[in-house]
Design a protein around this ligand. Sequence first.
Ligand code: MN
Length: 717
Amino acid sequence: MDTLPSTPPPAVEEPAYRVFLDSLDYLAPVDRERIKAAYAFAAKAHAAQKRMSGEPYITHPLAVAGAVVEWRMDADAICAALLHDVLEDTGASKRELADTFGKEVAELVDGLSKLDKMEFASYQEAQAENFRKMLMAMARDLRVVLIKLADRQHNLQTMSAMRADKRARIARETLEIYAPIALRLGLNKLYRELQDLCFRLIYPHRAEVLAKALKAARGNRSELLTRILDGIEGKLESAGLRAEVFGREKSLYSIFRKMKDKQLSFSQVLDIYGFRVVVDNVPTCYLALGALHSLYKPVPGKFKDYIAIPKANGYQSLHTTLIGPYGTPVEVQIRTREMHNVAQEGVAAHWLYKDSEESGADLQVKTHKWLQSLLEMQGSDSAEFFENVKIDLFPDEVYVFTPKGKIMAMPRGATVVDFAYAVHTDVGHHCSAARINHELAPLRSELKNGDLVEIITSPQASPNPVWLTYIKTGRARSKIRHFLRTMQNEESARLGERLLRQELLSLGVVPISIPSDAWEQLVKSGGQKSIEEVYTEIGLGKRLPSVVARRLLARENLSPEKPGNMTLAIHGTEGMAIQLAKCCQPIPGDPIIGSIKKGSGLVIHTHDCPAIRKSRSAEPQKWIDVEWEPEDGKLFDIRIKVEVKNTRGVLGQVAAAIAEAGSNIEYVSMDADPERLFTLLRFTIQVAHRNHLAAVMRGMRHIPEVTRIARERGGEA
Ligand code: MN
């Protein structure tokens, strides 16, 4: 800190800079001196640069610092904003910044530069990785992201000199990444500004037309607006409530989105009038609500209490919709001053309204917790991470209760499984069912507002890949994927071990007779860490057992076409490493054959499966003989079709026969044409083996209405 540059800053006479200096009055004199030094440093470093608009480059960091000052952030953040582009664009080093302005400023600037520096093979990859970097930087220091958002906002404001396609690309990226982050942090004002800026950049013509229409409409509607405003103000006053009432302006982008998403016309969107009532304290919010409900009738089902149950980004208000004069819908938000601050500025309210204790402090804690939970997901790759977190960024929430009465916010559409993972990872991994409002409910049940949810766990239960098709939260998705990956690797390793063993035996070698240094050599030559990894690769189909076996025996000269003459035994309970093909659904007793499919392990088909005929004659070396060695108690899905005479109650008779033979019905469908003489019933049932299936079919043949029974084949391979 002792080497502050002594040369006077070149652009010190700029009026913008003077305005900026005047705005620093909330800081101590020593801080103001540091900021001046940072400005001088940046101005000198960027002296040779110009913005694309032709202005001196320093105007940009100055504008960004100005936004940071508006949030009343600390001197380190302001210095970092002034210096945010020096590492990248000029010769300055991080070391130099640390020596001159302190380690904290250097770290902030470094964090900001890293967000910019990345280059990627594809746009999608860049998106995902940028996004991940943003959130990670944010988790370390929230100030980085606020400065970054201010940077982006100023860039969008000053992009007119840029090529149209580049402009649109940056605007799209902002809509997809930066705007949702601003919203998640509760920076609603900035969020709306970013959206409107992007809208104008992507659809300049539409934005212009819409802006004109909005201006004209405002004039036409001002009379009704005033009438409603007077009505609300008068009612609150006569109730003895002190309140400020504002008409609420809709942003261009929100009008555009409503027209597009809800298929509304411009006037339909605009015919909803919005008002905001700001009062002194929480009890007054509810009193004001009561007063307004006696002024105009409320629309049933539209009332929302975000005061008792705040949104995840800290937003609090009472929302109601009233039926105003001429049946005009009137949306009203009622909140306290503190709530209003948080609603406008989100986490930044913490710096902005330091003196009022309530604003933002609680929100900072909550945001911090959210960011920590993001760090937990960091293991996944960026595309996956992006997908996981995107869900969290567009919260449309439902609120449910734990058995202890704790309220939990879940995204709309969240299921029992999402809830279980929100409670605890172990609860998620072992959930088997739930009680919703004291009634038993399956795992895929969607949660509704006010549900009381109790998770039933069982030590045997474990995550199922099917869950991934209906869960809604990023947390559950990332935990389940992680579990399945670990599981699959283990199962694949066991399969790989057996495949290699079988291959060695078919070459006349007992695995145990192979010296240990041959094994070590094998591991090393393939670049793996352990023999387990080699097994996993074989099991996943990434390496061929025959190739590995020859390498292991150092007998590369063996004929590669020589088929193994030993048979692999499968139990049907191996899990993900061995899959029973969906096309033919083999069951124990069927003659079977297997092939290794890259990435998904061994797939088992029946010998007579029509879907594999071609591949078996074209590539016989890909097929492995397998046989059943079924485990007790395991049931297998199989499809059958049953043709019956179209008489009343026949489905019930068939179902009873299936149940009597000890089989479960998983699925049934029928063509519902009562005009026809015959009906085709299609079942998926569960049987233990071929003989069991035969017994089920025998049972059905006794029913006189049954004319034909057959096992179904074919369909997707
Ligand atoms: Mn910049």
